[in-house]
Write a protein that binds this ligand. Structure first.
Ligand code: LCS
Length: 402
């Protein structure tokens, strides 16, 4: 099926495009599954029709482009409603490639205050050393963006829902304000996937994903994907990918291609189970607070209903008051796994204060609501009753009552 670039405006449904878009099979053998073109280099003569990339490019060297990876890029661009996609070795490779393309020494970035720990470290470490300053602000109040923009601001970067507190940001409002100031709006859509949230349709300029998570869905590979307009993607490919070199392997692209085909099914399951588990946690005497955008008690539930397509994904955070209790819960799990990462078929729990967000100071974490007793769940696709039973028995080991 020829790739559709029309995004959600296409009359072809999301799940149909998740299966077919970008997949041309094998032109030589008729194999239905896109082959793994496990090659570093390509014969340069003569360039055949199959070797030609969109825009007349030719496959030359896998660091820059590969047919298996192209199929993945076309598919995700279509699902995200963008013109073009670019896959890289990891989510962080994707984020850094976007930043290296858009900013240089003397420039300034505005970033949402609650953000994945390594994105925070990238801005405060490598980017600062390269002469790029960043200001972290609470973008759940969109007007704060205007207050943070300077003459040298080039872009605003945000995550919604935020890792790990699940605070939401109104993508439409931020994109409008970014447009008024002539800066790019970039959204990390890792927690949602294009199935549940499509930032480009809400006015964002560029969307990035850690494909390691829900796009893969199976916890067996690392990857990252950027979607934006064709000119921008050509620029990232021609410089940040070509010269910095964080390319994805053809095999990992193939695993991601396979993962995306079931993404819609999985996201519905992750979302419905997460809502059930969040309700269970809300009623549990050992749990102080629960954050899940699909719960009516989430302070931005109204925005979730506006911005999320048909579910709020599989991420929940809850507070058991102390670090001792949090670690006790993790140590007591029997079926669920204590692990970082998210978006797998397996249910994973982690303690942000000592794991994903340990590089922030205790004060920074507390100011952002990343308390010592906070636990994050990535709800898997196991039977929800079994996930609840395991978390319930683990919670029975903690010490206080509400
Ligand atoms: N963006 C978000 C929102 C993430 O959660 C992560 C990884 C990344 C980008 C980076 O993606 P990667 O390079 O790992 O593919 N988040 C992780 C987490 O919360 N636990 O372990 C990794």
């Amino acid at each position: 099926m020829a790739a559709s670039r029309k995004g959600a405006k296409s009359r072809i449904g999301f799940n149909t495009r998740a299966v077919h878009s970008g997949e041309e099979g094998c032109p030589l053998t008729g194999a239905v599954s896109t082959p793994i073109y496990q090659t570093s280099t390509f014969s340069l003569k003569p360039p055949s029709k199959e070797q030609a990339l969109p825009g007349g490019m030719q496959y030359v060297y896998t660091r820059v482009a590969n047919p298996t990876t192209s199929a993945l890029e076309t598919k995700i661009a279509d699902l995200a409603g963008g013109e073009a996609g670019l896959a890289l070795a990891s989510g962080m490779a994707a984020i850094s490639a976007v930043l290296f393309t858009l900013v240089g020494s003397g420039d300034h970035i505005v970033c949402s205050d609650v953000i994945y720990g390594c994105t925070h470290d990238l801005l405060k470490g490598v980017m600062r050393r390269m002469g790029v300053e960043s200001t972290f602000v609470d973008l759940s109040e969109p007007d704060n963006l205007a207050g943070a923009v300077r003459d040298n601001t080039r872009l605003v970067f945000l995550e919604t829902p935020a890792n790990p507190t699940l605070k939401l940001i109104n993508i439409r409002s931020i994109s409008d304000i970014a447009g008024e100031y002539g800066i790019k709006a970039i959204v990390d859509n890792t927690f949602m996937t294009p199935y549940l949230q499509r930032p480009l349709e809400l006015g964002a300029d560029i969307v990035v994903h850690s494909a390691t998570k829900y796009i893969s869905g199976h916890g067996d590979t690392i990857g990252g994907i950027i979607v934006g307009d064709e000119d921008f993607i050509r620029e990232v490919r021609g410089e940040a990918l070509k010269d910095i070199g964080g390319c994805i392997s053809p095999f990992n692209s193939w695993l991601l291609l396979r993962g995306v085909k079931t993404m819609g099914l999985r996201m519905e399951r992750h979302s419905s189970s997460a809502l059930e588990i969040a309700r269970f946690l809300e009623s549990h005497s050992m749990v102080r607070t629960v954050m899940y955008p699909g719960l009516k008690s989430h302070p931005q539930h109204g925005l979730a209903k506006l911005q999320h397509q048909c579910g709020s994904s599989g991420m929940i955070t809850f507070d058991v008051e102390t670090q001792y209790n949090a670690i006790k819960v993790l140590d007591s799990l029997e079926m669920c796994t204590m692990a970082v990462s998210l978006g797998d078929v397996n249910t994973l729990l982690e303690h942000p204060a000592t794991m994903t967000h340990r590089s922030l100071s205790r004060k920074e974490r507390h100011d952002l609501g990343i308390n010592d007793g906070l636990l994050r769940i990535s709800v898997g696709i196991e039977d929800s009753a079994d996930i609840i039973a395991d978390i319930d028995q683990a919670l029975s080991k903690v010490r206080y009552k509400k």
